[in-house]
Design a protein around this ligand. Structure first.
Ligand code: MRU
Length: 351
């Protein structure tokens, strides 16, 4: 496999009226790019985890709508908005938990509604989707700078799942904070959890950090307690798929256990996410936790690891309550408890 600088690779981009993305199901062994010109293929890519990670699927949704605009044979604005509405629904129904997907789709729909002629709408949708992708990188770098101030020289930082370049357009959220801490001259080490069952930690985070020359050790998810009890981790930083106005954080399954364990051992637990990951309207009972297929748990690749016909519970995300969280790092600054107040202030400051 070609060892180009990972930070210079883009998870997703728009080129020649098509969407190009890294097929993350092939990592860490093969770096393969796929190119789509049909929004149905983008929807399928989101559903099958070819692209995954909250900000990355937000951008994929926006680019999916840009393809839908190009595919549309509409001759009036109303017809085009109706075609886009249909595509939006198909893209939206791919994954229910990360709020960035709905956010990206809404941004594009509102741009579409503002235009007048068909061609003008199509052009403005493409520009807006490209802007969302560019902004993602800038946002991550600003977030990284804010977050880096929370970490000290010689810290060992634990992370869960993949909230890196591969979960965004580039640079990453939680891993962006780690990158920025290193770029600020501090010496740091990372502990990445394997993140069963899809193994975003071992396949993606360990790959990405190792490739970028950041010292990373991989642990099985079951070693989080051991690692913390033996003072091998100083701080934790993770990403998020959705954050409520109350500071409840939805992230990859297992995050809650890591946060609980961190509390038990007095280890600060931080979350890094852009403001597009906040859902200021929903309450915990409104959030749908994606349930994934049982074979993710009963098989390792093609090899069966459980008896035939066994019942499986396989939620993709869990909720970490605000009392376990030391701070939420965003591009508008770091929110500290009590979160209802501090999150509100971040949004007011952004206006
Ligand atoms: O199922 P995935 O791989 O899409 O889940 C991804 C996560 O849970 C990430 O931690 C989260 O999206 C934050 S990414 C910046």
């Amino acid at each position: 496999m070609k060892m180009e600088s990972f930070s210079s690779l883009k998870t997703i981009e728009w080129k020649n009226n098509s969407v190009i993305m890294i097929d993350q199901t092939k990592l860490p062994t093969d770096l393969v790019y796929v190119t789509y010109t049909d929004y149905h293929d983008v929807a399928n890519a989101i559903k099958t985890l070819i692209i995954r990670g909250a900000p990355a699927i937000g951008v994929a949704g926006a680019f999916g709508l840009a393809l839908a605009a190009l595919q549309s044979k509409a001759t009036t604005k109303d017809e085009l908005i109706s075609d886009l509405g249909q595509a939006k629904q198909i893209l939206f129904e791919t994954r229910p938990t990360a709020v960035n997907l709905a956010w990206g789709l809404e941004q594009i729909m509102s741009v579409a509604k503002q235009g007048t002629s068909i061609n003008e709408i199509k052009d403005s949708i493409i520009s807006a989707a490209k802007q969302i992708a560019d902004d993602d990188i800038k946002t991550n770098m600003i977030m990284g700078k804010h977050g880096s101030q929370l970490f000290d020289n010689n810290d060992t930082i634990m992370t869960h799942c993949n909230a890196g370049s591969l979960a965004t357009v580039a640079y990453g959220t939680a891993l962006g904070v780690i990158r920025a801490t290193k770029e600020s001259g501090k010496n740091i080490k990372v502990i990445a959890t394997e993140t069963r069952p899809v193994q975003q930690g071992s396949r993606l985070t360990a790959f990405e950090l190792h490739h970028d020359g950041i010292n990373v050790s991989l642990i099985p998810d079951t070693a989080v307690g051991y690692t913390m009890a033996n003072k091998l981790a100083d701080k934790v930083v993770v990403g998020a798929d959705r954050i409520l106005r109350t500071g409840h954080v939805y992230n990859k399954i297992g995050t809650y256990q890591v946060a609980l364990m961190a509390k038990q051992h007095g280890i600060p637990f931080y979350v890094a996410a852009p403001l597009s990951t906040f859902d200021m309207k929903s309450n915990p009972q409104d959030v749908i936790i994606e349930q994934r297929k049982g074979t993710e748990v009963t098989q390792l690749g093609d090899k069966k690891t459980a008896p035939d016909g066994i019942n499986v519970i396989n939620p993709a995300f869990d909720m970490t309550p605000p009392e376990l969280i030391s701070g939420i790092i965003t591009e508008a600054g770091v929110a500290k408890p009590p979160f209802e107040e501090s999150i509100k202030k971040l949004f007011e400051a952004k206006k």
